[in-house]
Design a protein around this ligand. Structure first.
Ligand SMILES: NC(=O)c1ccc[n+]([C@@H]2O[C@H](COP(=O)([O-])OP(=O)(O)OC[C@H]3O[C@@H](n4cnc5c(N)ncnc54)[C@H](O)[C@@H]3O)[C@@H](O)[C@H]2O)c1
Length: 254
């Protein structure tokens, strides 16, 4: 179950947090994984660490906001062999309401969180459609399902990722390419640590963040990675257009 032997996968933003855990999880199930990140030291660190376990990984430098770079990476990767699994994980956050968020903040988040998913997917989807085989998993957020206070720009972009996912799933459902997203609640990663540092009292903010989840704790990156492995695998052949919520009960109700 959930094996990915002889599959090739690329994970964006795989130099840290959820992307790092996902790259490890895919590789541990047998996939050859491209660790794509704009952060070269961390990307190389992750690829080296995966190879040290005996699994297969290769670092690829990529800024997802650069459409030409995405096309060049896709050409290189496809030149080495067919890509079966694409995980669009790279993303950035921002704290603010409509009154404290400026247009540049919104554009910056949109460029990575939405246009980045668009750029990478557009670069890789053609050969997947030609082969009639592929699984694309976008990392959205619970902030793409429900609003979150003080996260105006972030939620705006993550709702867009869910919309992009569902639209693509319909467009390509009969062409052998599945498109899903996962919607994590709060997960302990460097991303969250950076958000916490934006608060005047980071420790109080940590307690408040964990308390939004019914289970009373933040998630772990490997708990998100496990869902990505499932969606990438043949066991999920019936699943497309899904937004899988992994939020410790955050959005289940009050
Ligand atoms: N951590 C959480 O609580 C949480 C919750 C819901 C959703 N998410 C989503 O999960 C994803 C990963 O989050 P994380 O917490 O692991 O973040 P992280 O900051 O730990 O890692 C993000 C990685 O993406 C890379 N990256 C950023 N911009 C990039 C770009 N333009 N091109 C290429 N790489 C880029 C960074 O270098 C970094 O390695 C994001 O899309 C985030 O919105 C996170």
């Amino acid at each position: 179950m959930f094996r990915l032997d002889n599959r090739r996968a690329l994970v964006t933003g795989a130099g840290s947090g959820i992307g790092e855990a996902t790259a490890f999880a895919l590789a541990s199930r047998g996939a050859m994984v491209y660790v794509a990140d704009r952060d070269e030291p961390n990307g190389r660190r992750v690829a080296d660490a995966i190879r040290a376990t005996g699994a297969q990984a290769s670092f690829v430098a990529l800024d997802v906001t650069d459409a030409a770079a995405c096309a060049a990476v896709a050409a290189r990767v496809e030149g080495e062999g067919p890509l079966d699994v694409l995980v669009n994980n790279a993303g950035i956050g921002h704290v603010g309401t409509i009154t404290t968020t400026n247009g540049e903040d919104l554009d910056r988040l949109y460029a990575v969180n939405v246009r980045g998913v668009f750029n990478v997917t557009k670069a890789f989807i053609g050969p997947m459609l030609d082969r009639r085989r592929g699984s694309i998993v976008n990392i959205a957020s619970i902030g793409g399902i429900v609003g979150i206070r003080d996260r105006l720009a972030y939620c705006t972009t993550k709702f867009a990722v869910v919309g992009l996912t569902k639209s693509m799933a319909l467009d390509h459902a009969q062409q052998g390419v599945r498109v899903n997203c996962v919607c994590p609640g709060r997960v302990e990663t460097p991303f969250v640590s950076a958000r916490l540092r934006e608060y005047p009292d980071p420790e109080a903010a940590y307690r408040e963040m964990a308390s939004t989840q019914a289970i009373g704790r933040m998630g772990r990156p490997d708990e998100i990675a496990a869902a990505v492995v499932y969606l990438a695998s043949d066991e999920a052949a019936m699943i497309t257009g899904s937004a899988l919520i992994i939020d410790g009960g955050w959005s289940a109700g009050k």
